[in-house]
Write a protein that binds this ligand. Structure first.
Ligand code: ADP
Length: 274
């Protein structure tokens, strides 16, 4: 188990420490030795997550929340597909957070987030999250500076509440390089099956790359906690990204070790069906 924990710890941004993205290479694949073997392992980990999710659901007492954040083309959708498709829709909920609706804007910024948190027994995946409220909102100055400043502590307190209520929280920053993003955007422009994903706004966001990365550094520095750690995932190589996240999710579920409940008030040996 100690060795397993060591895998996740390779990626965790140390709580309470100033975090710098410059120390993290988006192409780093040193956690894995071989691409083909790693892809095989990913399939095994995804299948194991499915089995563990079944136990989590049967136990019905706890939940797992997986937060995926990353700039456009960092591979959030691809991660969901690779890590959770084997689990199917029965016990996994996926919530994407876009520009808040009028109703959402009429509430505090965590209102829509709290509602989307997984119920006991479920794995919930956030495709973007409440961190947009300190990322795009900070870069584009969509809220007052002092209100944004308060949000880091508010988010930590909110995540503590969710964790104290039985939900394990794992946060992943999909760390893609500016060069790799350019290649992926170009592919979206060129490939007719991907053109639907391209939005002119993506280029405006790309033009503010340094501001976004600074906002990520602040968010990760202030909100990587023991109860909700940030993992920095090198995301230039899809296979390494998927494999790292699957492994960390699997290990967290194994640590949670959900149990099938024993029958209450009846004895399986005493039941005769035929
Ligand atoms: P994606 O790019 O994740 O595939 P979309 O194209 O729907 O999905 O983009 C979602 C957009 O919504 C992003 O530009 C994101 O910054 C924006 N967004 C998400 N949450 C907020 C928020 N709280 N305030 C403003 N914009 C937000």
């Amino acid at each position: 188990m100690a060795e397993k924990k060591a895998f996740a710890s390779k990626f965790i941004a140390a709580p309470g420490k100033k975090f710098s993205l410059a120390e993290h290479d988006p192409r780093d694949d040193s956690a894995f030795d071989d691409k083909d073997k790693t892809k095989e392992q990913l399939l095994k980990d995804a299948a194991a997550i499915d089995g563990l999710q079944d136990r989590l659901f049967a136990e019905g007492k706890r939940a797992l929340l997986v937060v995926l954040q990353g700039i456009d083309c960092s591979g959030k959708d691809g991660t969901v597909r690779a890590v959770f498709n084997a689990s199917g829709p029965l016990g996994v909920t996926v919530k994407s957070f876009g520009v808040p609706s009028e109703v959402e804007r009429a509430h505090d910024y965590l209102w829509r987030v709290h509602q989307a948190c997984p119920a006991k027994g479920y794995i919930g995946v956030f495709n973007r999250s409440h961190y947009e409220d300190v990322l795009v909102v900070r870069v584009e100055k969509l809220a007052a500076a002092d209100a944004i400043e308060r949000r880091y502590d508010e988010i930590n307190a909110f995540e503590k509440l969710v964790a104290n209520s039985g939900t394990r929280i794992l946060k992943f920053m999909l760390h893609v390089s500016k060069e790799e993003q350019a290649a992926r955007l170009q592919e979206r422009v060129d490939d007719p099956t991907k053109q639907w994903k391209f939005k002119a706004g993506d280029l405006a966001t790309r033009a503010k790359w340094a501001d976004y990365m600074a906002a990520y550094e602040t968010a990760i520095s202030r909100c990587s906690t023991e109860h909700a750690p940030w993992h920095i995932i090198p995301a230039d190589r899809n296979w390494a990204r998927n494999a790292a996240i699957a492994r960390i999710v699997r290990e967290a579920l194994e640590e949670m070790n959900p149990q099938y409940p024993l029958p209450k008030d009846w004895d399986p040996k005493a039941v005769k069906i035929l």
